[in-house]
Design a protein around this ligand. Structure first.
Ligand SMILES: [Zn+2]
Length: 252
């Protein structure tokens, strides 16, 4: 896809900068990953990984961003094992399981819907970029999910005043969800409203009867309404499909 666009003259620069930004993001992600095992030569390790991804992409004829993603996921598995081993050796107390609240940048609205399905409280920062986006994350005390790699050079993010997770572009939504779940672990909780992210409250059937489609009313007795937008929900086939796909992520 990128190659085809490259031949159209004026688009070349923007295409190149997109792949540069992706590589920059992965560099930052590798750096964060490797830092967890406190290596002696961090930058050397980062270069090694990026170089290996390049070799793989050339050898297998896959896009570089796919090779970077695969290598990141592989390396993360190794790092997690190593970290667990280090923790076991030093008998460090397990970190308390926090329940992070997320702020997605505007490009990650689709991811937000899956976060809601997974029961996470998440807002989408519509119309906010750069400084305004960071300010909003800070105001909410939320963990920022963003595909803008350039934000990770900002001081507030670098020094940890704003918690942020870089999410690569070009991943499927469920891959994004899986990515976030690894970078900022959370437990699957009761689903939230898929339209707005509001919490769902059980609603007695009698209280919502006039809103239930007649056929549904015959075979369903449990209903929920969204505390924010008021939408009515019941467990139908759509819901079951979502739950099944979330279980795939859980098992990953
Ligand atoms: Zn809602």
């Amino acid at each position: 896809m990128a190659e085809a666009e490259c031949s159209r003259g004026g688009v070349e620069c923007s295409v190149r900068s997109v792949s540069d930004r992706i590589e920059m993001g992965y560099r930052e992600a590798f750096r964060g990953l490797l830092a967890r095992v406190k290596p002696r030569r961090l930058e050397f390790g980062v270069e090694l990984l990026v170089g290996r991804a390049r070799e793989r992409a050339a050898r297998d004829g896959t896009p570089l961003r796919r090779a970077l993603y695969d290598l990141y996921v592989e390396t993360r598995g190794k790092v997690e094992k190593r970290v667990a081993l280090m923790a076991a050796c030093t008998l460090a107390p397990a970190e308390p399981a926090a329940s992070p609240r997320f702020l997605c940048d505007e490009s990650l609205g689709g991811l937000a819907r899956w976060l809601w399905a997974a029961g996470q409280a998440a807002d989408v920062a519509r119309g906010l970029r750069s400084d305004a986006l960071l300010a909003e994350a800070r105001r909410l005390g939320a963990e920022l999910l963003t595909s803008d790699a350039s934000l990770f050079s900002r001081r507030d993010v670098r020094e940890g005043r704003i918690a942020a997770v870089w999410v690569p572009t070009g991943l499927a939504r469920l891959e994004q969800l899986e990515w976030v779940r690894h970078e900022a672990p959370f437990h699957l909780a009761d689903p939230r409203c898929m339209a707005c992210g509001g919490a769902l409250q059980a609603a007695p059937k009698a209280s919502v009867r006039e809103r239930i489609p007649p056929r549904t009313a015959l075979w369903k007795d449990e209903y929920w309404t969204c505390a924010r937008c008021g939408r009515l929900f019941w467990e139908g086939t759509h819901w079951e499909r979502i739950a099944a796909r979330l279980r795939e992520v859980k098992a990953a």
